[in-house]
Write a protein that binds this ligand. Structure first.
Ligand SMILES: [Mg+2]
Length: 260
């Protein structure tokens, strides 16, 4: 029987600006039942504080302290590596999460690391090319991917996420990215450490068959897929076998009680 839960946020608790029906009750239930739980998001399109405020505005009782973002894991990683400055390819609001490191200016010719997040509509040729030039040097800095999500479900439809841009930079430079968000194991390990639980007694609930389910399973965590957000029926035809498939996160308490 699992003891701790890791939840994905986007597509599981909300979609666009709308909460998933029953999701607020599940968040409240976890608190009432004192179940160790965290929210793992690859969102780098806004800061952790902005995200928490947005969740509250949607009526989702989710505390900022329970949200784990790739930015948090990346800052810790940079500090461990003794790297004090980095070029950031994240939206302006997310820069708040990198207060502890010095941020390279747009005309810098070298940097301690290149960090790529979900820049969304702010990507253009010169921005991508700036990241490329910083990496294509005799002694390239580390390329850090804040997640490798391929795409996400915005209110107006599917949109490219961070992964495709990281792969473009890898292809152009032969620099392999270090991934510090889902589906990479270090992100799940950081979550387990924070939740104080072992992989075998933890479940991950998400709408991304690769980022959430496969990523968790590779870290030894059970992966539960929900049929909301970016879920598509074709996800169940892949060679990834979720440990359970739920209509939405609203069904999670029943699953937890062993009576789905
Ligand atoms: Mg999601």
């Amino acid at each position: 029987m699992p003891k701790a839960v890791l939840f994905d946020l986007d597509g599981v608790f909300y979609q666009g600006e709308t909460p998933v029906p029953g999701a607020a009750e599940v968040a409240a239930w976890c608190r009432q039942e004192r179940i160790p739980h965290l929210y793992l998001t690859n969102t780098t399109s806004r800061s952790r504080a902005d995200l928490a405020a947005r969740l509250a505005a949607m009526g989702l009782p989710i505390e900022e302290a329970r949200i784990l973002t790739p930015a948090m894991v990346a800052v810790r990683w940079l500090q461990e590596q003794g790297i004090h400055d980095a070029a950031l390819f994240v939206p302006r609001s997310t820069r708040d999460d990198f207060r502890e490191i010095s941020i390279a200016s747009d005309d810098a010719e070298s940097t301690g690391a290149v960090l790529v997040g979900d820049l969304g509509r702010e990507w253009d040729f010169s921005t991508l090319n700036r990241a490329f030039r910083l990496l294509l040097t005799a002694d390239p800095p580390p390329l850090i991917a804040l997640g490798m999500t391929r795409y996400w479900h915005a209110a107006d439809g599917l949109r490219l996420d961070v992964g495709p841009f990281v792969v473009a930079l890898e292809y152009a430079t032969d620099v392999r990215a270090t991934i510090l968000g889902k589906p990479a194991a270090p992100f799940f390990h950081a979550a387990l450490q924070l939740a104080g639980s072992a992989p075998g007694e933890t479940v991950m609930v998400g709408d991304d068959i690769r980022g959430d389910v496969e990523g968790a399973q590779k870290a030894g965590i059970q992966g539960i897929l929900v049929r909301t957000g970016k879920f598509r029926p074709g996800d169940l035809q892949l060679d990834i076998r979720p440990d359970a498939v739920l209509g939405s996160v609203a069904e999670f308490p029943a699953w937890w009680a062993g009576s789905p």
